[in-house]
Design a protein around this ligand. Structure first.
Ligand code: AMP
Length: 304
């Protein structure tokens, strides 16, 4: 089965209490696609970068067999740039800079070979661009999952609501769920967001795991307790990559399958935070993932 991933491909600069990176490979689509590439083979990326985007980063995508024919390169322009600083608890961060650069004028044109993708992950990106991608598909994908962030709620509210109304799953963090719904209780927030369109709501809660809401049903996936978190950047996107990778692999979008998807998401996210940037996602093996899934089973198994 095929997965189309749309989102930013970026330069990130990250500061945590444990250190600073220079400009490194980042972006929502980057993390989603790298995480999903451990589960499925047919992944297509739609994104835009500037002429400053190094070939060496494109080679990283190729090495993981990602289809990059839909990454548009704009010569003479700069790639999207984001920098952030984490507080000592690593759960909170300040955005220091968001420079849209090429993203400001991005008009995605999906290659013909992308338009039949069965699964679609709308990674964090300008809402109007997310919408243009949905509109270019030959058929509506079997499942559309969307991520977004407060930045777009502050700058593109109407466009955002319009895309939210078109998707099946909305995956946001708890502050975003609260801002979008105007409700503090996550249960109420999920109920309210369900009335905006998506049947499934995933609320990501960093080191406190993730919740899935569907109708009146709820499921909780913990985050793996780790001795040391080096860099939480991209955890939410790696989570989405694991989740969508699992659904695409099994081609099963039932609630039961989504519950497993949440655990796969949590597993991929737990690796992502173990090193700066995308480093850890590039080195893990199928066996590492299998072992971590077993750890998850042990973490939550009990009898009553
Ligand atoms: P996460 O830690 O999962 O929220 O994702 C971090 C990634 O999102 C970084 O690699 C950034 O390049 C990317 N990012 C940050 N701000 C934005 C934004 N406004 N739109 C799209 N992507 C963003």
């Amino acid at each position: 089965m095929s997965l189309l991933v749309v989102g930013t491909v970026a330069f990130d600069e990250i500061e945590t209490p444990l250190g600073k990176t220079g400009r490194i490979l980042g972006g929502a689509a980057t993390y989603v696609a790298l995480a999903a590439s451990h589960l499925i083979k047919d992944i297509r990326i739609s994104a835009v970068v500037g002429g400053d985007f190094p070939q060496q980063y494109m080679d990283i995508f190729s090495a993981r067999n990602l289809n990059t024919s839909g990454i548009q390169v704009v010569p003479g322009e700069k790639s999207f740039y984001w920098s952030g600083r984490y507080h000592s608890n690593m759960n909170q961060r300040d955005t220091l800079a968001t420079e849209l650069n090429v993203l400001a004028d991005f008009n995605p044109v999906l290659p013909a070979a992308y338009r039949d993708s069965k699964y679609l992950m709308l990674g964090n990106l300008t809402p109007s661009i997310q919408k243009k991608v949905i509109e270019q598909m030959d058929h509506r994908p079997k499942l559309i999952c969307m991520d977004t962030m407060n930045f777009w709620m502050d700058t593109a509210w109407d466009d955002l609501l319009s895309v939210v109304s078109m998707v099946d799953v909305l995956a946001v963090n708890e502050e975003e769920a609260r801002q979008l719904s105007g409700e503090y209780s996550l249960v109420r927030a999920a109920k309210k967001i369900q009335t905006m369109g998506p049947e499934y709501i995933i609320v990501k809660r960093g080191e406190y795991g993730a919740l899935l809401f569907y109708g009146d049903r709820k499921f909780y996936a913990p985050a793996m307790p780790l001795e040391e978190v080096i860099d939480p950047t991209g955890a939410g996107d790696s989570f989405a990559g694991g989740f969508m990778g699992y659904l695409t692999k099994t081609d099963d979008i039932s609630y039961e399958s989504m519950k497993n998807g949440l655990i796969y998401g949590a597993a991929l996210a737990s690796f992502s935070v173990e090193k700066f940037g995308t480093k850890r996602l590039m080195e893990i093996s199928a066996q590492d993932i299998q072992d971590r899934l077993v750890e998850f089973v042990k973490l939550v198994s009990f009898s009553v």
